[in-house]
Design a protein around this ligand. Structure first.
Ligand SMILES: Cc1ncc(COP(=O)(O)O)c(C=O)c1O
Length: 403
């Protein structure tokens, strides 16, 4: 039972724990399968999870590595996975890195958490896009950060606002500890930051000597247009920690992600990661799956699959949304961001929909400030086409009734 008062815990818990609160065990993800339409979390499509090739890669890893696949591994991560990832990053992302530049983590979540541990003392300033990924919102708050928000529009991070925030801080003799940016198919808005804006972000970060945390969880899932250059390569790898994950392009259950940075930053992140090398066994499987070409083939399959689902949701929105409701048109990723007229309260709306088995993600959870009350995130990754169409029709009816 969370949020109970227990004397020794209340008296002895660290400030970090107190700010983090207590968190009930998450209900099994299987429960969401019972929804009429689960348009909420960023869960990969269960119909596209690569069961058969994972079985083959598991057998391959055990054959290749024998009992070493089941042994403790090096603290920065399994060398086979690091080698396979370095090839992938060079080929797809254009990131040329060495083994000492990479740390394998338990998902991108852990990479963001480690960056927060590395850089945020209570009261430090973090500059974050707003809205942004809920996990980062909670983590920065837990570390006691003073978060300065920079808005996001259809071209990505609002760089004029970013410049103003940095100038304000400089005028006060302060310097931000990090700039947290999601340049591709941003969670929750689905938008992508333009090349011109990426150049300015890198230039501004350099001018103000603020490190960039580049969270690129959806990089591989681009459905239209050419890939944009990463902030990491634009900055020649200087003062940028680049993060990615196997959650969206392979399987969220494998719980593997990574951070790429200069060797000293990686060494310090590794020292903060007390649990030792991230699952050597899962890493061996992912390494085999990556180096035998399955990852690349699977990314191609996912692009076609999710592109079609995005289009189903966009068409359903065109059909069902009343006048005055606006939404984004993502080039990739899992999410569409919807903005309603100010008269509709999203918390009440989301509650009414949930009672009918339709889940959406209400806006306020994506902000550090008290914002987002007329906005919400939709995800097309998990539901079937029929669930998307049905769910969006119900959503349209509920919004119309409130206008
Ligand atoms: C932007 C962003 N960063 C990080 C994560 C965490 O992903 P992982 O499953 O790799 O921990 C997510 C997951 O939804 C995300 O959307």
């Amino acid at each position: 039972m969370p949020n109970q008062s227990i004397a020794w815990l209340d008296e002895l818990s660290t400030d970090l724990s107190k700010r983090s609160g207590s968190s009930a065990a998450r209900p099994s993800m299987r429960n969401v399968a019972n929804s009429v339409a689960f348009l909420s979390g960023g869960l990969p499509d269960p119909r596209e999870l690569p069961r058969d090739t994972v079985v083959a890669a598991t057998a391959g890893a055990l054959e290749l590595e024998g009992e070493w696949a089941l042994q403790y591994g090096p603290s920065t991560g399994d060398p086979n996975l690091i080698a396979a990832l370095l090839d992938k990053l060079a080929r797809d992302q254009g990131i040329e890195a060495q083994p000492e530049n990479i740390l394998i983590t338990a998902g991108a979540s852990q990479a963001v958490g480690l960056a927060a541990r590395l850089l945020i003392d209570p009261g430090d300033v973090v500059i974050s896009e707003a809205p942004t990924w809920t996990g980062a919102v909670r983590r920065f708050a837990a570390h006691g950060a003073e978060v300065r928000e920079v808005s996001v529009d259809h071209d990505g991070t609002n760089v004029d606002e970013l410049e103003a925030v940095l100038a304000d801080l400089a005028a006060d003799g302060r310097r931000a500890s990090m700039l947290y940016i999601l340049p591709n198919f941003q969670n929750p808005m689905g938008v992508t930051t333009t090349a011109e804006r990426r150049d300015r972000i890198v230039a501004l970060a350099r001018e103000h000597a603020v490190p960039i945390i580049e969270d690129d969880a959806y990089y591989d899932l681009r459905y239209d247009g050419p890939q944009a250059e990463t902030l990491y390569t634009l900055a020649d790898g200087e003062s940028v920690i680049y993060m990615g994950t196997y959650s969206k392009n392979m399987a969220a259950g494998i719980r593997l992600g990574w951070a790429v940075a200069d060797a000293e930053t990686i060494a310090r992140l590794t020292a903060l990661k007390l649990e030792g090398g991230t699952s050597p066994f899962a890493s061996q499987v992912a390494a085999e799956w990556t180096r035998n070409g399955t990852l690349q083939a699977h990314i191609e399959l996912l692009r076609t699959h999710y592109r079609a689902k995005r289009d189903v949701m966009l068409a359903a929105l065109d059909n069902a949304m009343p006048e005055g409701v606006r939404w984004t048109r993502p080039q990739g990723g899992f999410f569409i961001w919807v903005t309603m007229p100010d008269t509709v309260d999203v918390t009440e709306l989301a509650g009414a929909l949930a009672a009918q088995g339709v889940q959406i993600s209400a806006g306020p959870g994506f902000y550090h400030s008290d914002s987002g009350h007329h906005e919400f995130r939709l995800s097309y990754s998990y539901p079937t086409d029929d669930e998307i169409i049905n769910g969006i029709e119900m959503l349209g009816r509920e919004i119309s009734q409130r206008l």
